[in-house]
Design a protein around this ligand. Sequence first.
Ligand code: RAM
Length: 903
Amino acid sequence: MLTGYAFAADIQLQNLRCEMLFNPQGIDVTAPRLSWQLTGSGRNIQQTAYEILVASSAAKLAANQGDLWTSGKVSSNESIMVAYKGKALKSGTACYWKVKVYTNNGVSSWSAPAKWSVGLLNAADWKAKWIGYEKGFPWDSIAKFSRLSARYFRKEFTSAAKVKRATAYISGLGHYELYLNGKYIGNEVLTQMPTDYNKSVQYSTYDVTADVKQGKNAIANVLGNGRYFTMRPIYKPKKVKEFGFPKMLLQLDVEYEDGHHQLVISDQTWRMTADGPIRTNNEYDGEEYDATKELPGWNKIGFNDTKWLKPQLTPVPTGKLVAQMSEPIKVMQTLKPQKLAELKPGTWIMDMGQNMTGWIKLKVKGKRGDKVTLRFAETLEKDGSLYTANLRDAKVTDTYALKGGAEETWHPVFVFHGFRYVEITGYPGKLKESDFVGEVVYDALATIGEFETSNATINQVYKNTWWGVAGNYKGMPIDCPQRNERMPWLGDRATGSLGESFIFDNQKLYAKWLNDIEEAQTPEGAIPDVAPAYWNYYSDNMTWPGTYILIADMLYKQYGDVRPIEKHYPSMKKWLTYMQTKYMKDYILTKDKYGDWCVPPESPELIHAKDSSRTTNGQLIATAYYHRMLFLMKRFAKMLGKEDDAKAYSALSLKIADAFNTKFYNTQTQQYDNGTVTANLLPLYFDITPVNNRKAVFNNIVKRITTIDNNHIATGVIGTQWLMRGLTEYGRPDLAYRIATNKDYPSWGYMAERGATTIWELWNGDTANPSMNSGNHVMLLGDLIVWYYQNLAAIKAGINQPGFKQVIMKPIMTNGLDFVKASYKTPYGIVKSEWKKDKDFTWNITIPANATALISIPAKSVDGITEGGKKAAEAEGLKFVKMDGDYAVYEAGSGEYKFKSVF
Ligand code: RAM
């Protein structure tokens, strides 16, 4: 029994979230889930019950009147994602809530209040009309490299009385910038989130109560192209999906003290122009801004818009309107240039010191019409000029034409670039570093993990990973931010998404992406390789689409979120049936597309290996993955009470495993197929290999790595996803550590040694052909970050109590790794793990309240372990379970622990 202190533990409640977001606005979930975190002094704090109040006003909540929901005292240890069970929520309702908990160590007081608001739940709630302009203007061009200027919309309205509450609902496709009386609304950029607009269209909600004035008001909006107006129309017509010209839908709901509502809606009473300063905006090619075309005062009252056009009522996007439920994109930090030097007269090269994603904000003073041009690249040529060959035909060029006079400040708003270096030409006057700032733009996901070790290579690769992952979040995970691609490829994020979840709070982003994937499913059941399917790639393989199932599993394990599994189970099942029906022959899945994508090739200029001893049989990969998918689906089916499905999946797995072993296993060599690491690792790690053969197969993996591969990585996107954990779990953490710390080719460390500040698309990214060679891809990370956190930092979610309700902590011990210092903000609160190997092994651990841990301490025997200077056996909150080889295993309640062990 875990026991607590005798005195009350001073329970506090914090971080109240609705749908895991802080005070979200305009959500469209009818049973949103509420979460909170407990803190308190002492150990082993466990919640025993909660009480929730939800009220329709702050005053009612303060008076403890839960007119929307009074849960009463509910016996439960759940403190994350407790579903709302109150009155049916109506469109537009503001919900104020608070919670109180009972624990084994005392009762909390009511938490501070938190809030969420409901969006427009029904199509009929929208009175606004879609407006836009369904053709280009004379200065636009719709061609291979399309140019389309931004569109400016405005309307004035009068607010007759004192405003009680004002809410703006807007969908602006592809991107928008909303203003009320000249003030920029919201603190995000590049909204709307990208979707397949034929399937769903997101809208955003803003509380603008403070911005609507009694009397005259002006509401204004700028539309950029984003992914809606296709960047390369008529370029590869079969490949690229087109949607149309930018359009907007806006509804401002002003509620007055007397209860009546006034709606200001988008319709043909608005005015518009495309003859403003943003002359073109295209994510691949850049933004051109002509400040001489600015429209002073256009977004305030009193502007003369008589020469402007009447907008057209546009066709209504076929996609269903849904609330944006993930964090918006924001400018998340800024970077100062590290170096600025003149390459040749008038051409300057600026080094940001970091491959980053975003844009440059500049200050400049000069004559009217002077034009500053910025071009971007990840690396430089030998002569110091930009290396742009790997950008393919993306022009990545921003221009700013000055209005002249006083100092001017500018940054683009409807594009982003992936770059470290900037070429500046046409800058009037003398350039100073302080005239430029790099604004780093990505989805506003909190960084929730911190990780440091005694090894410098690991630390650098971790830092490079942070930058790579952050930069490639753009309302969906994209493959790269710089060339003419930037596509949400599924395969790049399979196991990677799990690693990323230790660094960023990516729950809502990936839940959104699962919806994108589901929307991309064909009626027959096919899942594409890119979703939203802006590029049409339905190649029917197992590995890229399989990400759909892997991410649902990730969201469950890491965040305890079961809804993605519930929601997507039918589509996942449909996909597996589709693949089985179409491509399974004698229990072998016969179709693959990418193989073990991007293994280290035999010669430095190659993108893909041609040498068949390096590549892995596609049918082997596809069949192994089918088996893995069944394993996960079997678990999902059991969770959802679908016992028949679970049985069917089980039976099919056995047949597949048999067929697989018969076809690919060579009893002589005790290897699979041609014996690549990937060919042996997949069946081993996925439990396809019969127990009796496992040791031999593993020994062959080790033999191959230590001899032919010279202790280096030889896997591509597929094998690398299971490699570090595979080597570790089968008893060779030292080999995993060797691979993780290599600094010569091929390795992650090699990239860093060669100056990479992100992760490359190819192991040989410094020498390969530029046609597919990005400097900022995350797909080759495989399970590296998972391994950093789960095996080095020893922070792993317990499978039976997901979301880190139980933390599994077992660090690997290997020569060379002397300390790890990590922390991770789980849904329950922060977990800390800091260990050090010296004469003794010391380990400081923090477990959040209402969670527990299973801690494996390296130890010769249990007698040599102390906690807080006392024998561990006597420590509060700890219970010894057993010796497990070289580890002593304890169950621990929440609290801070300081262990020391003779090991
Ligand atoms: C290229 C990129 C991308 C990958 C696909 C298959 O476009 O490398 O990341 O997923 O190929």
